[in-house]
Ligand binder design. Structure first.
Ligand code: 4NP
Length: 163
């Protein structure tokens, strides 16, 4: 058995969108696929409550599967103020998610650094990951590509900072 003092505290990362069925479950699956699960924990949540307990949208499941990222086991949950304490980093998909999340932070004890996920690709430009819910499969493919590029940079940085 590993002595308690030698156990590494995992770095916890939360992906947030509106419904927690299209963008953030994909972001969770993509980032998790690039990190060591012994060192990192990745989760996702929505600021809305419509899809609590539901699996991801079938179009997100399909685009993930096409890239060998499997997210069909995930279930929707709503973001809560306690997530600020539970997570080290919170990545939101768009500026409206950012406002909704930050509105809850005022009443919460916070450990988490909050940022828009595309900040790593387009610093200072406030670029949104567009909501593909009312779109078609091409929109889900575009979302996948954006998230994959952002998560590659995030994972590179996390993997070097924990070495
Ligand atoms: P997501 O997309 O925020 O990327 O999960 C949406 C999914 C569902 C709804 C809105 C956005 N909805 O209104 O039900």
């Amino acid at each position: 058995m590993i002595p308690k003092s030698q156990k590494m505290k995992k770095t916890k990362i939360l992906m947030v969108c509106l419904g927690n069925i299209c963008r953030s479950p994909l972001a969770e699956g993509i980032l998790a696929s690039k990190l060591d699960p012994a060192l990192f924990e990745v989760d996702s949540a929505g600021t809305g409550n419509w899809h609590v307990g539901n699996p991801p949208d079938k179009r997100s499941i399909a685009v993930g599967k096409a890239h060998d990222v499997h997210i069909d086991h995930l279930r929707g949950r709503q973001f809560t103020a306690s997530d600020f304490k539970a997570f080290d980093r919170i990545y939101v998909m768009d500026s409206s998610n950012l406002s909704n999340v930050l509105a809850l932070r005022e009443t919460a004890t916070s450990n988490a650094a909050v940022s828009m996920i595309l900040e790593v690709l387009f610093p200072g430009e406030n670029v949104d990951v567009p909501d593909p819910y009312y779109g078609g499969s091409i929109d889900f493919e575009r979302v996948y590509d954006m998230l994959d590029q952002a998560c590659t940079l995030i994972a590179d940085e996390l993997n070097t900072s924990t070495n």
